[in-house]
Design a protein around this ligand. Sequence first.
Ligand code: IPE
Ligand code: IPE
Ligand code: MG
Length: 240
Amino acid sequence: MLDTNRIPEHVAVIMDGNGRWAKNRGLPRLAGHNAGMKSMIEVVRRANDLGMKHLTVYAFSTENWKRSVEEVSGIFKLLIRYVESELKELMDNNVRIRILGDYSPLPPDARKAVDKAIANTAGNTGLQFNIALNYGGRAEILRAVRELAEEAADGDLAPEEITEEMISERLYTGARETGCGDPELIIRTSGEERLSNFLLWQCAYSEFVFTDVLWPDFSPEEFEKCIEKYQKRDRRFGGR
Ligand code: IPE
Ligand code: IPE
Ligand code: MG
């Protein structure tokens, strides 16, 4: 049974398996991404109902540009469509949207839809829904390192003064951006057991739950099962 009094504050999800789901049905890959958006909306709803503070989803990686132009632009079109159709419900449910990653290379209409969702939901205090878009863990760490190197080059910072906290602060999960910090739990669907450049710094002590379910088949009940597994784990952080 899920212990609703012990819901992790921050859960991150690698939403994988849309393409295989479509292939299994003889459908185009974009039909899988469309079905995946529907799963995402249901999971957001459940996370909010459970009183979770932060839900972070991996929607598009810095490596996903390697896919066909057709697939990439289709994914962004779906993003626009769902952001627009769901914005009212997000507002009604007090959900706040924020982005992890540099979404400036996205097509202008996708950028505009994202900006609008961020601005409209900025005052909401319920679930913080963080979307990793054109996100890569290495790019994120590089960005933080460059910022610190600039401060050092300007003579404002001595290298030995750099702390782990200073790096954490400069990541998308830091207080200056989403403020979600490190996830207690990272879920990956579709049977793949790798991070694919997701939250590399932040996952140091995260618990991992892998499930064979393909993302479009991932239901709120599956989501709760993953949290239940997490609740049975013994987190030690290197202590005894
Ligand atoms: C995850 O599903 C969605 C994105 C990466 C955008 P995939 O599209 O990776 O699905 P598979 O892994 O090919 O089944
Ligand atoms: C990771 O999935 C990225 C997202 C879910 C957005 P991929 O399908 O891109 O990862 P690989 O290629 O299997 O490692
Ligand atoms: Mg995949």
